[in-house]
Design a protein around this ligand. Structure first.
Ligand code: 6R9
Length: 652
């Protein structure tokens, strides 16, 4: 990516925000943690592992004798669910609320740790009655309701790895994941509420289970959530949760498993080929999600109310709704629905109602709220918020600053957290009581984590240059392999550079050595011999007051190799008048240089996104190059593509 240097630092961002002094004074983690981890990385992680309750404490921290197949804490034994639930009850915190559930229609339920212990025990007993044994895989296809968290913890409790599939995925996607994991039981619901209406889940499972390769599923456990009546039923296979789980004993003795016992498989869509089943195990994973949640969100379990808006079907939901916060004894909000049901202030209403202090969401949600207008959050009392997190995509500086100002009252630190399904937990992020933050940058590897940016030849780039993000040392919550496919694990992550984990993201180091993420390497454009990052052009567009969101792709071009093609969503009142496109091109030219001016700019109403909020640039490239669309099965709303295509010149 050598020519990237020409553009690597054209987008200047000079705003800086120091940690609030009160937060710095009482922060869970201070600058000492970096020094401690620097001097003894493994010793540091061994200390973090002691946050957990082990039936047998590990004597060995890392076994890296067969790289890149890591074993962390290999001779330790623990039960993950015990760590997330029972131990808090035993410590006298059984009356603390674990989950404040808010259903989309407005139904609510608060569950204490003592209640959670009973519910998880019942579900564990039910799964055992259904013949699930340690090592058997359980597929979970659920809405965002407490039973989903309970099911995941019940699986963990009996050592049965779960494979959670997004509630928005199609029957084909569900079937492919059930087949690949060879799941024995499926836990689902009749449906869930989205955008004010029930949307069916059980019918999708029925369709998936009619496909070959899913015959090993012997039971489907169904939570009644929406009460739809036209649910079809396969006798001998389908069972209502309330019939099977409710009658179980609410006591269950957790058994300890080895630290490397599989905890879950989570499929990443990937851009090509079949989805990869990312395998995570128990002790190292739980250590790092617990530590990072404690460090990055500065969680004070007695007083904080934490809310991660992600779906549990995404890794963010696994690590920062279920395992990290519950291992730390947090009180958290779980919300079923969409942010604009029944009105665009729903999230802020929920934050006000529960006194949310720590919020974790995605840039796409922030940009959507920006588009809806500043006046909406302004109607609610958000004064208890003290830290705001971002994850999922590079956050454009304008969105970052808006988030801090309009949600965080210009007081709260914003922590931009970089990580992946594969990394299991946060890897690069500011620490809210330590780091002077820079809008748009994830900045520094967390204590105990080693990341850097390298060029094509694997040489570390100097400050001020761009290249590929790599992780240079193993970390506790790293993926252990691709389920059933060690070769794919080696080829995808460890073949590009020797002894370094290739994350697939472009990145640059600024003059201070801080890391800025530039999007997936596959998305980088090559224009007249210059590598140009889609993220930087998007950020330049979003910094124009009339633009709410932008997605940029490189479309093949006879003269320049690739030409920059931008899709933009305009803000509130902006209109698509004659001069606008020219104005935006000039704006990008001024921010980044003439080479980065988009050749085409198309205002659109929506952008194609996955359920975790990532823009599917691959589909936009298909549009820009007039090709038939590739796989759309992981798209939130496939009608979006029809709208975009209808706007193209020549569309009928
Ligand atoms: C947690 C999650 C991973 C990819 C990752 C990168 C992008 C995530 C980011 C970010 C820039 C951040 N990504 N967080 N890019 N800044 N703070 O999103 O996992 O769904 O596996 O996606 O998301 O491109 O490689 P996953």
């Amino acid at each position: 990516m050598s020519s990237n240097e020409s553009l690597a630092n054209l987008l200047k961002e000079h705003r800086r925000f120091a940690p609030p002094p009160e937060l710095a004074a009482t922060a869970n983690v201070t600058a000492d943690a970096y020094r401690r981890a620097e001097s003894d990385r493994l010793g540091f992680w061994a200390e973090q592992a002691r946050r957990l309750s082990w039936e047998k404490e590990p004597s060995e921290t890392l076994d890296w004798s067969n790289p890149p197949f890591a074993k962390w804490f290999a001779d330790g034994r623990l039960n993950v669910a015990y760590n997330c639930v029972d131990r808090h009850v035993e410590a006298g915190n059984g009356d603390r609320v674990a989950i404040h559930f808010e259903g989309e229609p407005g139904d609510t339920r608060s569950i204490t740790y003592a209640e959670l212990q009973r519910e998880v025990s019942r579900a564990a007993n039910a799964l055992t009655e259904l013949g699930v044994r340690a090592g058997d895989r359980v597929a979970v296809y659920m809405p965002m309701i407490p039973e989903t968290v309970i099911t995941m913890l019940a699986c963990a409790r009996i050592g049965a790895p779960h494979s959670v599939v997004f509630g928005g995925f199609s029957a084909d996607a569900v079937a492919a994941r059930i087949q690949d994991a060879d799941a024995r039981v499926v836990v689902t619901a009749d449906g869930g509420y989205r955008r004010g209406k029930p949307s069916g889940l059980k019918p999708v499972v029925d369709e998936a289970l009619a496909k070959p390769g899913t015959e090993n599923v012997r039971a489907v456990l169904v939570v009644r959530r929406t009460g739809q009546e036209d649910i079809s039923w396969t006798e001998g296979r389908d069972l209502w949760w309330h019939d099977v789980v409710d009658r179980q004993s609410d006591e269950h003795t957790p058994q300890a498993f080895e630290a490397e016992h599989p905890l879950f498989i989570l499929y990443t869509s990937g851009t090509t080929g079949k989805p990869k089943g990312i395998l995570h195990t128990s002790g190292g994973y739980l250590t790092q999600v617990a530590y990072t949640h404690h460090a990055v969100f500065d969680l004070k379990p007695e007083s904080d109310v934490y809310w991660c808006t992600a779906d549990v079907g995404w890794v963010t939901g696994h690590s920062y709704i279920v395992y990290g916060p519950l291992a730390n004894g947090a009180t958290e909000v779980l919300y079923e629905g969409t942010p604009d049901t029944p009105h665009q202030g729903r999230w802020w209403e929920i934050a006000q109602k529960y006194g949310v202090t720590l919020l974790y969401t995605a840039p796409t949600a922030i940009r959507t709220c920006m588009k809806w207008g500043d006046d909406i959050p302004a109607r609610f009392d958000l004064s208890r918020l003290r830290i705001l997190g971002s994850v999922g995509e590079p956050i454009n500086p304008e969105a970052w600053v808006w988030y801090r100002k309009h949600i965080g009252g210009d007081r709260t630190p914003v922590v931009d957290t970089w990580w992946q399904t594969e990394t299991g937990a946060i890897m690069i992020s500011p620490l809210p009581g330590v780091t002077e933050t820079k809008p748009g940058s994830a900045q520094v590897p967390l204590p105990g984590i080693s990341a850097t940016v390298v060029d094509d030849e694997a040489n570390e780039v100097p400050n001020g240059s761009g290249g590929y993000l790599v992780l240079t040392e193993p970390w506790p919550s790293m993926l252990r392999t691709v389920w059933g496919d060690d070769q794919r694990y080696l080829d995808t992550y460890w073949a590009r550079f020797e002894n370094r984990y290739f994350a697939g993201d472009g990145a640059k180091k600024d003059e201070d050595g801080d890391i800025w993420l530039l999007g997936r390497v596959d998305d980088v454009m090559l224009v007249s011999g210059h590598n140009i990052s889609t993220t930087e052009v998007e950020s330049a567009l979003v910094s124009h007051p009339k633009v709410a969101e932008a997605a940029v792709v490189g479309a093949s071009d006879p003269t320049t190799g690739q030409a920059i093609c931008a899709f933009v969503i305009l803000r509130g009142t902006a209109s698509e008048d004659d001069g606008l496109v020219e104005e935006l091109r000039a704006h990008v030219g001024k921010s980044l240089g003439p080479i980065a001016k988009p050749k085409r700019i198309m205002p659109v109403a929506e952008l194609p996104k996955t359920r975790s909020g990532k823009i599917m640039r691959r589909l936009l490239r298909d549009v820009a190059e007039n090709r038939a669309l590739g796989d759309v099965s992981t798209l939130t709303d496939s009608a979006v593509m029809d709208l975009i295509q209808a706007k193209l010149p020549g569309a009928s």
